[in-house]
Write a new protein. Structure first.
Length: 127
């Protein structure tokens, strides 16, 4: 009986620390041009900025170039929740995105107006 209780306590302790390790900050503070500090979402270091138009899922255009969503792609909307690509057809959206190893778009975050204003677009000379 004592072994069972100690194993249960150990597993609950490990689960608790695992949950803490997985959670982290998902926003950062940026300063607007008028000096106010606002919290915006953080994105992976390899995320790029672009303008996405969903043509007919999985076909999209990214910065005016024909592209494709990967089979497991995830699009997060303005509120951070998943958005279906079919609900975004025809809209021109400022986004941050990452690609999968085969080159298709994999993770896409639709930017809010404030994020689009604060996060710089990529320079025209970079790819």
């Amino acid at each position: 009986m004592n072994r069972c209780l100690s194993l249960c306590a150990l597993s609950l302790t490990l689960l608790g620390t695992g949950a803490q390790a997985q959670t982290g900050t998902t926003s950062q503070n940026l300063t607007t041009t008028d000096g106010t500090v606002v919290a915006v979402r953080t994105f992976p270091a390899n995320a790029l900025r672009g303008t996405l138009v969903v043509v007919a899922p999985p076909e999209v255009t990214l910065d005016g170039t024909v592209d494709r969503l990967s089979p497991g792609s995830r699009i997060r909307g303005l509120n951070g929740m998943f958005a279906l690509s079919g609900s975004l057809v025809g809209q021109s959206l400022p986004v941050m995105y990452t690609r999968e190893p085969n080159g298709m778009l994999h993770d896409v975050w639709v930017l809010t107006a404030l994020e689009a204003q604060l996060i710089p677009a990529k320079p025209s000379y970079s790819k």
